[in-house]
Design a protein around this ligand. Sequence first.
Ligand code: NDP
Length: 332
Amino acid sequence: MKALIVDKADDGVTATIEKIDEARLPEGDGERMVTVRVTYSTVNYKDGLCLTGGGGLVRTYPHVPGIDFAGIVEASDDPRYAPGDKVVLTGWRVGEAWWGGYAEKARVKGDWLVPLPDGLTDRQAMAVGTAGFTAMLAVMALEAHKVLPGGRPVLVTGAAGGVGSVATAILAKLGYEVAAVTGRPETADYLKRLGAASIVEREALASAPARPLGKETYAGAVDAVGGAMCAHILTLLEYRGSLAAVGLAGGAALEGASVIPFLLRGVNLLGIDSVMQPRENRLVAWERVATDLPLDLLETMIDEVPLEAVPQLGRDILAGKVRGRAVVDLSL
Ligand code: NDP
């Protein structure tokens, strides 16, 4: 089978497409294993790290990255899955600590899979992928904290990226007024088509806040950028507003943050983790994706590529150059 293998080299890691024997797929340890013929995978920010050896995510080489995939069950020791079933995988450190979706086949624990959600094709499910699934979790977290349509605008940072694009489209469809933050002004038309009501230039929020509290401007935020921007947005949330912290594309340290917004405005900082989400939550979030994300807009986010394009896309996504969702078609 064809697989993208990353391996250790003197000056970092290599990423090459190879033909390998299927018998090399991980066996599992007496777990209920399922072998899947992968139809689609995607390129996420974390894949960029795994492909380039960044972040210490991959510990054992040689390795097949790809943190998500959709496909068709080929063989199963798990009674919940039979050959021919369509399935989706995100999270559980697959693609990091376990061989992932950048190969024609994958073998994973049945517990890690969910059935392909009703109303989505395998291609659409991967256009959503880890980034879009996480965007849905972030929107659900805001809803649970009473950030609802009809109020002040909701910010989406890293808006032209994967998480940001899907979050913008979902929030707009649900009736929120979305203020999309981007460092790429040329993506403004794209973001407006996804439903953004206004565009905020990244520079306006990129540096640490000048004051511990600013004007109450936003009801909430989906933040894929982190760093000083996250600290800055916390000072601009309305009383009891909430920020769903999803990512760190702009840095991990909350430079300039203080406890003042929490003490004087009762704001909430909500951590979003898609990796270890329990199965029940996954099923609910995927169902919501299928109903709350306009599929015609999803189509405008997709850049469909062969496996051969993945190593370069990994570098591009770390450099913040990828727009929307890069979907890998394993049949190309
Ligand atoms: P993308 O690269 O597709 O999107 C990130 C976006 O952030 C870019 O498109 C860019 O948007 C903006 N950006 C990039 N670099 C910088 C910078 N230095 N400063 C400010 N903004 C920047 O990645 P994803 O959407 O796939 O992932 C986004 C983040 O979310 C990553 O950190 C990822 O690891 C994390 N993540 C977390 C998950 C979880 O479970 N918590 C799951 C999935 C992703 P623009 O050009 O519009 O400004």
